[in-house]
Write a protein that binds this ligand. Structure first.
Ligand code: SF4
Length: 419
């Protein structure tokens, strides 16, 4: 056994330490490297068995690069990735291929991630053949089982990707990821390209499969309400670095990093009379080629002090209760954000005050809002049906009485029309 395969005792399923991915910028005739895009710059986290770690942040913050680097779909520049204690960085092709059975990915775009020239049987069964796990009838049986597990039918296996809807294609993508019975799946914006109702179905399917198979997910998304629904813990990234990570409930109820607060303040609420303290960030996200010195968020942070620019970047530290934050203003003893000695409460806007709407309780997230909306629509539909039934019952009795007396409903309407 090579030294790279040496087992190290760890309770985490996947452990990422100081992960970096720099993309070279080439220029000139000779294609000389003149600079680097620092897409991921020293990210550390762990995913535990059976949990879902949500990874959020603005577009371009490096979420997808983290997911792909840790599976070595793109080669990381530096850092360490351990799966059950086995170091993946520097691992040879063959042992890496064997380990890939346990580490899978579901891509964002279900259409472009499926080969249009292959049938569904070929797409899902390919991995079974490559790893020598099944062929012929056995392969067909297993593909059929996987399709049925993912809410499709075994008879779909002869079809091509273009014959499916977006949601069905993503189910095929999930079936393909499950074919090798993995332990860990990177869901890279797996529901972002789907309609809202289909998103809910796919998320529920992912959660059911997780319960059944004890899978762990790294769930990459930019929709905070979706992430809250599925995640055990949530990590927030900004410009290639982690800024906050905590259990889902803690992060949504008491976000500490100013960037997380700004993100959460942008989650829409369904009540139009409720005006949450929206924190609007000014300016654009700086370029990852030359990120700002000190705290990378200081160019947009409304609480920034001189030290945020002058001192080295704040350390990403655990404040206790598994709540990790990288900010100079976070008080580790009390789990609060303090500026000039004053505590800035979780729902506060830029003025440091909490609006009456925020005091009324935690604002509804989009998931709650959608659930309420559908419940309301269902109630209205039932009410309408009941009214229609009553009306038709009245109409019938009216018609009967009208026929007897000569004054039906139609008679009244025609009378009104004349006047
Ligand atoms: Fe803002 Fe300073 Fe905290 Fe960075 S360290 S998030 S600039 S307060």
């Amino acid at each position: 056994m090579s030294s790279a395969l040496k087992k190290v005792e760890t309770e985490d399923l996947v452990e990422v330490t100081g992960l970096k991915k720099y993309f070279p910028i080439k220029a000139g005739l000779m294609g000389k490297t003149v600079n680097y895009v620092k897409a991921v710059d020293g990210v550390s986290f762990a995913v535990r068995p059976g949990e879902t770690l949500g990874l959020v942040g603005e577009s371009g913050c490096g979420k997808t690069t983290v997911g792909r680097s840790l599976l070595r779909l793109i080669e990381p520049t530096a850092g360490s990735v351990r799966y059950r204690g086995t170091e993946l960085i520097g691992l040879g092709r063959r042992p890496l291929r064997d380990l890939r059975r346990k580490l899978q990915i579901i891509f964002q775009d279900p259409y472009s991630s499926l080969n249009p020239r292959m049938t569904v049987e070929g797409i899902i069964g390919e991995a079974l053949t490559v790893h020598g796990l099944a062929s012929g009838k056995e392969r067909r049986r297993r593909v059929g089982e996987l399709l049925e597990r993912c809410g499709l039918s075994a008879r779909h296996m002869t079809r091509y990707p273009h014959e499916f809807s977006g949601g069905q294609r993503q189910r095929v993508g999930i079936a393909r990821a499950l074919a090798l019975e993995p332990e860990f799946i990177v869901c890279d914006e797996a529901v972002s390209a789907l309609d809202v109702s289909i998103q809910a179905q796919v998320i529920n399917l992912l959660m059911d499969i997780q319960d059944e198979m004890g899978l762990s997910y790294l769930f990459i998304a930019h929709d905070l309400s979706v992430v809250e629904h599925i995640s055990t813990r949530v990590a927030v990234m900004y410009l290639g670095r982690m800024v906050e990570m905590a259990p889902s409930e803690t992060l949504y109820e008491n976000p500490l990093h100013p960037y997380t607060r700004a993100l959460l303040s942008a989650v829409p609420t369904p009540d139009p009379t409720r005006k949450p303290n929206r924190i609007l960030l000014e300016g654009d996200v700086p370029t990852p080629i030359n990120p700002p010195a000190g705290c990378r968020f200081h160019t947009r942070c409304w609480l920034a002090e001189d030290r945020c620019k002058q001192e080295p970047a704040p350390e990403f530290k655990n404040l206790g209760k598994d709540h990790w934050v990288a900010c100079h203003l976070v008080d580790g003893k009390t789990h609060t954000l303090k500026k000039d000695g004053k505590v800035i409460p979780a729902g506060a806007g830029k003025d440091g005050k909490v609006s009456d709407a925020e005091k009324g309780g935690k604002p509804l997230t989009v998931v709650d809002a959608k659930a309420e909306h559908y419940a309301k629509v269902a109630d209205e539909k039932t009410a309408k049906e009941q009214t229609a039934k009553k009306d038709s019952a009245k109409g019938k009795s009216g018609d009967k009485s009208g026929n007897k007396s000569g004054k039906g409903k139609s008679g009244k309407q025609s009378g009104k029309g004349k006047s």
